[in-house]
Design a protein around this ligand. Structure first.
Ligand code: UDP
Length: 372
């Protein structure tokens, strides 16, 4: 018997929202539910004192995928913000990502060949053909000085683990450049929605029934009976009642503060790379949008341990957790009419554009299936 909805989408984050929007556009009936009291998952933003605040930490949209860029531009107008964070180590301040500005400040040099020679001399002692952990990867990339001052402390407090126990891929996302270019990303397109991420998500969900403060697991049978197919974007281990044990995450805690000054740090993102400072970054939200407000809002970002029941942020994609995830993935294949997607259901360290790409692919696949 035909059910009331074609799709029940569990989770109103980016993955669920994009999927629901696409399927609705081809005439499918979707119901989106979320246990939180707001849409957007972790890209949720909110206006405070006239400033759009990224409540769950900085989200800077970047992609080289034209399809994804065109897609988001249907729902938001993007500004021309380019992320160029700074890093503070003790009393020294450096440009990120690692580029000629960083090298020049670190070693008092000016030319790319000078930087290359220094890095070369520092890394040759430790060079490994195939880095097995983040420390090896980082030293291979930028040598020991930058590793010691700008990577080691930051990374160990961010992940709560030794760099020698962390997978190399985490640091691979950071560009290393021998030009004076402070753009943190190599992507073709970059920016932040002018009226905020929440507004963008709201536009995507227009005309789609969305129920907030609804926990799928409180009424799973009832929800399952509402729709022909379920798109589950929550933690995959939770879906299977942690039957193989729980996956691990790194959590974040945020301290937002309104200051009665107009400009606190002169940049949207400043990283604190010393291990003894408990937070990793301070965000100053108005600079994401070139704000001219009289006040400013800053957010200190504290990485913290995660325990079951806490909000999950970063998946810990080490071998142990990846193996456990694979067990759940096997189980998920047997689950008829349930599709698992997004950061938590795929247990992936996803950027926004990757989440969107993945949701668009799923929607395409579903559309084709629907046509058959
Ligand atoms: N990183 C670092 N020093 C920095 C910034 C980043 O060592 O000042 C490393 C760190 O290992 C971090 C990774 O690069 O986990 C990725 O950082 P990014 O800011 O891109 O990740 P996000 O936390 O924003 O997802």
């Amino acid at each position: 018997m035909k059910k009331e909805y074609d799709y029940l989408v569990v989770g109103a984050g980016l993955f669920g929202t994009v999927f629901a929007e696409r399927m609705t556009s081809i005439g499918k009936k979707c119901l989106v539910i979320d246990k939180k009291d707001h849409i957007g998952g972790h890209i949720y933003s909110k206006k405070i004192e006239g400033i759009e605040v990224h409540i769950y930490g900085a989200h800077i949209f970047h992609t080289s995928n034209k399809v994804v860029w065109d897609y988001v531009n249907k729902f938001a107008s993007f500004n021309n913000y380019i992320n160029s964070p700074l890093a503070i180590y003790k009393d020294e301040i450096y440009n990120l990502p690692f580029n000629m500005n960083t090298f020049s400040k670190m070693w008092g040099i000016q030319k790319p060949h000078e930087a290359l020679e220094i890095i070369e001399s520092q890394r040759k002692e430790f060079w490994v053909q195939e880095p097995k952990n983040l420390e090896e990867q980082a030293i291979n990339l930028v040598g020991t000085d930058i590793y010691e001052k700008l990577i080691k402390g930051y990374t160990e407090k961010q992940w709560g683990m030794k760099t020698t126990d962390l997978p190399p891929f985490i640091i691979k996302r950071l560009p290393v450049r021998f030009t004076y270019n402070n753009n943190y990303f190599n992507d073709t397109y970059q920016g932040i929605p002018k009226s905020g991420y929440t507004d963008m998500v709201k536009n995507m969900l227009e005309g789609i029934e969305t129920r907030l403060k609804c926990n799928y697991f409180d009424n799973k049978d009832l929800y399952d009976n509402l729709a022909d197919k379920i798109v589950f974007t929550g933690p995959i281990d939770r879906y299977f009642n942690f039957c193989n044990g729980n996956l691990e995450y790194r959590a974040l805690k945020f301290e937002h503060e309104v200051l009665n000054i107009s400009n606190f740090q002169g940049n949207a993102v400043v990283n604190f790379t010393e291990s003894k400072i408990p937070f990793t970054r301070i965000l100053e939200h108005k600079h994401f949008d070139f704000g001219k407000q009289e006040k400013t809002i800053i957010t200190r970002e504290f990485p913290s341990d995660w325990k079951l029941g806490d909000d999950p942020y970063y998946p810990i994609n080490d071998e142990k957790n990846n193996q456990l995830y694979n067990k759940y993935k096997q189980l998920s294949k047997k689950e008829q009419n349930v599709i698992f997607g997004g950061r938590l259901a795929e247990y992936k360290y996803y950027d926004m554009h990757q989440v969107i790409d993945s949701a668009l692919s799923l929607a395409n696949k579903e559309s084709i299936l629907n046509e058959e």
